[in-house]
Unconditional design. Sequence first.
Length: 94
Amino acid sequence: METLDDQRIEAHLTGVPGWARDGQTIARELELADFAAAIALVDAVAVAAESANHHPDIMVFGWNHVRLTLSTHSAGGLTPADFALAAQIDALIP
């Protein structure tokens, strides 16, 4: 899969508010109600990621915070698959 150029990345970012570019990735940090809610979101993201065969980096920190980072590792940067999964993840956020 071909990586997106800067202009196309910026255009795709408008479709996923809350996500920000971080080098060759896009990332989003969330504060959930509690630890259980953070883990429930991680579980839901894992199901969506498996279904899409596209896996984000996930970090749980501060007991109720989750950081999600997307990049297409095999392509060496951002592809449409990253933005498609970001939109799916957004639909899972309580």
